[in-house]
Design a protein around this ligand. Sequence first.
Ligand code: URA
Length: 262
Amino acid sequence: MEFYEAAGVDAALGETPVDRFHAPEPVAATARPVAAAPPVPPPAPVQATLPNAQKTDEPAQGLADAQALAAGANTLDALRAALEGFDGCGLKKTARQLVFADGNPGAKIMLIGEAPGRDEDAQGLPFVGRSGQLLDKMLAAIGLDRSTVYIGNVIYWRPPGNRTPTPDERALCEPFIRRQIELVNPKVMMTLGGSALSTLFEVRQGIMKTRGQTLTYAHGTLSVPSVPTLHPAALLRNPINKRLAWQDLLMLQRLIEETGAL
Ligand code: URA
């Protein structure tokens, strides 16, 4: 287990363990030897992707379900229940549980990250691992904490091994996070990292080039000033960039004052 942990393998993807030391003998080894066996044709190419009908229809149906479920939820509790009942996103199968939100649902400051990691998956709350501890310090630096902000993610289930969510997975979760923002109705938002930024905004460039300015989150009747900043996990990897995040936090603080979000 230690070896696997060190190698970054921290998620079991199959239901039953496979003992590869006692795998059954290959059939060819026990078969009667044949003098001049006819040449074995090369294996048919493995179909790496779903047949077309499935490839296009399944995500489309999932997306239609996601949109209908999200639109039909009129409270945050109803939205959480809708997500609990939604089976259209494959991540749900490998995750332990839904990670919906943390913080104060009545807060007017909303923070949005990417996806739950191992600790979040275990506890069912966003940003409770190492990035969460850094996030708490970032918030404290401008006088905020989890009683004054509401925190969510653009993906609701942990991707196995913390891999990057696929475009399909992001698309399937998008109606829910957009509805969640609508229901919270924040006065100010902050996106953490490139995933949240590119899911919620039509930006042409990545986080490093986009941060440093206020964007407007425009959706339905909402128009919310939003500060894009670096993801705390990225700051843990490159602490030199904390100075950029500090500038972004000051920008958020100014917006909070201007909008009376606190
Ligand atoms: N990273 C995120 O983006 N969200 C979490 O909840 C935890 C880590």
